[in-house]
Design a protein around this ligand. Structure first.
Ligand SMILES: NC(=O)c1ccc[n+]([C@@H]2O[C@H](COP(=O)([O-])OP(=O)(O)OC[C@H]3O[C@@H](n4cnc5c(N)ncnc54)[C@H](O)[C@@H]3O)[C@@H](O)[C@H]2O)c1
Length: 313
């Protein structure tokens, strides 16, 4: 199958590209390399260095590659950036996304798979784990722009017959995550600082919890969505809340880190306790997470060890 992955040079998108190529698909990446890296792009994929905000460029890439399926990962993906500049967030996530949808319709794409968020849509959830039908009340412009695009997908299906599957991700961690990013990419930041023996500050008292899923499990969900889940919205998650203190302890063991953490002020607008029920994805996509937290953290620490050693050499 010919699949175009937008954002395929980024953290999660690059794992999805690798999984599609390993499954024998022909893949092209559309990315402007704003946060992604060319070195993340699988050598078997072609790279179109294009900004999704530029409709003519997007149309040209689609016309050249002629994808059957579009997997849309390109985004302004950081919550704090969306708070600081909601206009930019909407330009990329809404207007850019609409350019991808227009080009999909014009080039007879069969289906769009969209990487949405579970963590930034529900505010402080009424129940944990929250289901996909939980009331939507985003605390950030990022959550709102992702939800707006989900709504456009419904419109494009009804009006133009463009099929879609929306995958609402939990907190994803793994190799290639940017540990220098502003956003609280907790595993990448903790692992890299612990390996380097640097002091660490936990935002708040560390009792806040998140649903942590390894990027390898996200890749298998995107494989499943190629054939299943048309018109559906699915949590791609573990359903289990893990506290930040627990992550700290597990990573400290793996990295033999001896320093105690410092505790700073909690981040404004942060949810306190969240996890996302994944039963629907299990039933309808035939997907479930396979990488246990301890194993996922071990793989991630190994990656950062090698990455840090390479960048020092
Ligand atoms: N990381 C998470 O925990 C998480 C959770 C929920 C949803 N998501 C979603 O998953 C997707 C990937 O996130 P990520 O964590 O890999 O972030 P990332 O920043 O590594 O990936 C985003 C990619 O999009 C590209 N991009 C950004 N603006 C672009 C533009 N204007 N034109 C073309 N390409 C552009 C970047 O260069 C990058 O390669 C995003 O849609 C994000 O909203 C991520």
């Amino acid at each position: 199958m010919k699949i175009l992955v937008t954002g395929g040079a980024g953290f999660i998108g690059s794992h999805v590209v690798d999984a599609y190529i390993a499954a024998g698909h022909e893949v092209a990446v559309l990315d402007n390399l704003s946060t992604g890296r060319e070195s993340n792009v699988n050598p078997a994929a072609s790279l179109h260095r294009v900004d999704v905000r530029q409709l003519a460029q997007v149309q040209a890439a689609f016309a050249a590659f002629k994808p059957e399926v579009v997997n849309h990962h390109a985004a302004q993906s950081e919550v704090p950036k969306s708070v600081a500049d909601p206009g930019y967030d909407a330009q990329v996530n809404v207007v850019g996304g609409l350019n991808v949808l227009r080009a999909s319709v014009d080039n007879s794409v069969r289906k769009v798979i969209f990487s949405s968020t579970g963590g930034a849509l529900y505010g402080e959830p009424d129940i944990v784990p929250a289901g996909e039908d939980h009331p939507i009340r985003p605390l950030s412009p990022y959550g709102t722009s992702k939800f707006a695009f989900e709504q456009y997908l419904g419109t494009f299906e009804r009006t133009f017959g463009l099929r879609f599957t929306t995958l609402r991700y939990a907190n994803i961690y793994g190799a290639r995550q940017d540990f220098a990013a502003e956003e609280g990419r907790v595993v990448a930041i903790f692992a890299s600082r612990m390996i380097e023996g640097k002091p660490l500050t936990i935002d708040g008292d560390g009792s806040q919890s998140r649903d942590m899923l390894h990027a390898g499990d996200v890749a298998t969900a995107n494989l499943a969505a190629l054939e299943r889940g048309d018109g559906g919205i699915y949590h791609i998650s573990t359903g289990i809340p893990v506290t930040v203190n627990d992550l700290f302890r597990k990573l400290a063991l793996l990295t033999e880190y001896k320093l105690e953490p410092r505790f700073g002020p909690s981040r404004k607008g942060d949810v306190y306790r969240i996890a996302l029920d994944n039963q629907r994805a299990h039933e309808q996509l035939g997907w479930e997470p396979r990488i246990q937290l301890e194993e996922g953290l071990r793989l991630t620490v190994n990656y950062f060890r090698e990455h840090i050693a390479r960048s020092r050499a």
